[in-house]
Structure formats: C-alpha cells, structure tokens
Design a binder for this molecule. Structure first.
Ligand SMILES: Cc1cc2nc3c(=O)[nH]c(=O)nc-3n(C[C@H](O)[C@H](O)[C@H](O)COP(=O)(O)OP(=O)(O)OC[C@H]3O[C@@H](n4cnc5c(N)ncnc54)[C@H](O)[C@@H]3O)c2cc1C
Length: 380
C-alpha cells in the first residue's frame, strides 16, 4: 500500500524537503509506493531576503517571485489551499476548501510571521521590510526622504536576526549616495544590553556603527507608539521621536499551528533539536522557522535542517532507522554597507566569529540571491 508523505508549507524548508525526497525516491514514487504531497497557501513562492533590497530600491518583488509549481520536482503533488487544522491523533489535515488530507508522515514547515499587533500603535504607525507590501511601501518613503530621524526597533523572536543590522548599514549607504547623510539621523535600537543577541556579532557591529555615525540605544523595549506625536515609548522610560519608524515586531508561529494546539505560547512547535521530530509525535518532522529551537530563524537553518529531515524520512520510508542528526548549523551573509559584507557560520557547539567585511563576500551574497532557486530545487 502506498505511503502518504505530506509536507505542509511551500516556503524554503518545505520546498527543499519535497524536492530532496522526490529526487531520491523517484522510482518508488513512479511505482506508486510513495505519494508525496505539498500543501501551501499561495501559488507563488517569494524569496524573502529580497525584501531587504526591495526596501532600498535595489530590487523588485516580482524579480524574486516564482510559481511554486515551477520549482517543484515532478513527483510532488501540489495542493494550493490553507490548512486550518492539523490533527496528529487522526493523522489528518483539514483544509479551508473543506477537504481533508491524510498522511502517514507529516513534515511541517509553516514559517514565522511578524505580529504587527504586539504593541499598541505599531500597526498603524510603523513601516516594515518583512512583508512584500511593507518593503514596497517603505521603499517609497525611504527614497523620497529628505532628512530627519529614522529609528529601527526590534523585538524577539524574529526571523533573519541580522537583517535589521543590514538595513541600517544599507540606509547609511543610501543617504551617503544621495549626498544627504548629514541630514539623516540613523538610530538602531535593540532589546537587550548589546547590539545583537549573538555577542560576536554585537562586538563586530559596534565599531562599524561608530565609524559610520550610526546612533544606537540598547535595552530598548517598545511599550507603545503614539501615532499622532510620532513618539516611541519604551518599557525602560525612553521617549524617542521619529520621522520614519521601521519595526521588526516579535514573530509568532503560523495560525494553523496555534489553532491546532501544536505550538508553545508563541505558536512554535516543540521540536527535538537533533532528530527534528515534533516532541511526542513519531511521524511528524518540523523544520525552519516553525520550530521552537534556540537557533536563528533563517533560510540557511531551514536548508541544513531540510537535508536531515529528508534523509531521515527516506530511511523510515525504506524501513531503516533514521540516523541523521541536525547539529544546529546556520550560515548567514551580513551586508555591511559600502559595497562590503561579512558572514556568520555557527552551530549548537560553535559560536559565530564574523570576519572583516569584504567586497568579495558582498558579491557572494548577491550571487546567492540569484542562485536561491537552484538551491530550492535541490540542484545546489
Ligand atoms: C527581510 C528578510 C530577510 C531575510 N534574509 C535572510 C538571509 O539573508 N539569509 C537567510 O538564511 N534567511 C533570511 N531570511 C529568513 C528566511 O526567509 C526564512 O527563515 C525562511 O524562509 C524560513 O523558511 P520556512 O520554510 O521555515 O518558512 P517560509 O519560507 O516562511 O515558508 C512558510 C510556508 O508555509 C506556508 N503556510 C503557512 N501557513 C499555512 C497554512 N495554514 N496552510 C498552508 N500553507 C501555509 C506559507 O504560505 C509558506 O509557503 C530573511 C527573511 C526576511 C523577512
């Protein structure tokens, strides 16, 4: 009898797992022994790191959007629908269309989403570059800005922990190029007592800020925003005025995970840090931003995890024991402005150690933006 593998989520992690299994189990799929189905909400797949470049007018969302069907291997059945409930007790998923899909094995890669209602005043006042619409709206403001104060606020957890740092460096570049840097006050804030949760990254960023005249305030936790006065009030008692406010609010797990009671208080699924199985469910794997693992929510994390999930699932489908273990590996390029970038590479046991930024690493980052689709297809 055919075994049903269902992958919920058609973003980075879900697509990489689907293509990896489809490629390796091509013959079993052809013989009808395995059925591979991916459920995802939208027909389009958007490369989210492009939003950073969209917001400073270096890219368009449409340049980084592909039809999901076009990046899936032929052995994967694509279902474009919204999952409304996952029920591990009956191994089934209810869909908004009214259909129910059963599975023998489930892979969840449903992502993480900024909660724009997490702070009073934020939704109506703040700009963001974490959604396609947000990045386009922010771009229009940033390119027409003629001077004043731009403040970046950050709450945790959020995906791509280095993206706010990258944005502030890119804004420094943008206004230098426009010749109005002396008229723009750039202020970066962070909720704990340093510039980034990863201490080596914070230590790398501090002198860069000083060299570029980027202001910062740490222990900065937004309590509310006054949309009329354009002032941020913090839990620590600061009152900071702004002309443009760019906020990265705390993220939550996907609605379906929260509605299914599968997540913790933030909607992130308790996940075994090595096997990537959902705690308590032997036939459910979780990867990417949907896990509760204490590591960066990043596409590269999903990529490394996808190999572990796919290989273990293939072993189980072939009657073998799953033996691959995720070691917490993450790799992120970090745009540093002035045409340079650095990178961080770390794992559960090895801390990051950013090296001085170079032009070469900047070009690697831009090249990867173009090669992402090959990576999602499993070619790279
Ligand atoms: C501005 C920005 C810059 C970034 N830069 C980088 C970077 O430089 N490097 C890096 O490694 N990462 C970066 N990231 C992070 C990276 O994009 C994510 O970490 C990555 O996409 C996570 O993959 P995922 O599969 O977990 O989730 P996603 O790729 O977000 O996919 C989630 C999928 O689940 C689907 N889904 C959710 N709910 C349902 C439902 N109910 N029914 C059906 N489908 C559903 C969604 O439609 C989506 O297809 C960046 C992110 C942003 C926003």
């Amino acid at each position: 009898m055919s075994k049903n593998v269902v992958i919920l989520g058609g973003g980075t992690g879900g697509t990489m797992v689907a293509n990896h299994i489809a490629r390796t189990m091509r013959d079993e799929i052809k013989r009808g022994e395995i059925t591979l189905t991916q459920i995802t909400e939208t027909e389009n797949h958007i490369y989210q790191p492009s939003f950073l470049f969209v917001s400073i007018n270096h890219a368009r969302v449409e340049d980084y959007t592909r039809k999901q069907k076009s990046i899936l291997s032929s052995g994967v059945n694509l279902v474009v629908d919204t999952a409304t409930k996952v029920d591990p007790s009956s191994n089934s998923i209810a869909l908004a269309s009214g259909k129910t899909i059963s599975y023998d094995f489930l892979v969840i890669s449903t992502g993480a989403y900024p909660d724009f209602n997490s702070v009073p005043g934020l939704a109506e006042t703040a700009d963001n570059f974490y959604t396609p619409e947000g990045a386009e709206k922010l771009r229009d403001k940033l390119i027409n800005f003629e001077g004043g104060k731009i403040v970046i606020t950050i709450d945790v957890p959020h995906k791509c922990p280095v993206a706010p740092l990258e944005l502030i460096f890119m804004l420094d570049d943008l206004y230098r190029e426009k010749g109005i840097r002396d008229k723009v006050d750039l202020m970066y804030t962070y909720p704990i007592g340093r510039l980034h949760s990863l201490e080596p990254v914070a230590n790398w960023a501090a002198p860069e800020f000083e060299a570029r005249g980027i202001n910062s305030e740490v222990f900065f936790n937004v309590e509310s925003i006054d949309p009329k006065k354009k002032v941020i009030n913090t839990l620590e008692g600061s009152e900071v005025p702004f002309d443009i406010l760019v906020s990265i609010p705390a993220h939550k797990g996907a609605q379906v995970i929260r509605d299914s009671g599968l997540g913790d208080e933030g909607g992130f699924i308790p996940t075994n840090r090595h096997s990537l199985k959902a705690e308590g469910y032997n036939n459910v794997y979780v990867l990417g931003d949907a896990t509760n693992l204490p590591i960066s929510k990043a596409g590269s994390t999903a990529h490394y995890e996808a190999d572990v999930v796919a290989e273990n699932l293939i072993a189980e489908l072939r009657g073998l024991s799953p033996s691959h273990m995720y070691d917490g590996k993450v790799f992120c390029f970090v745009e540093a402005g002035l045409g340079k970038a650095t990178y961080v590479s770390f794992s559960y046991s090895q801390p990051p150690a950013p090296t001085p930024a170079t032009e070469m690493i900047h070009w690697f980052k831009l090249a990867f933006n173009e090669m992402y689709w090959l990576s999602a297809k499993g070619v790279l």
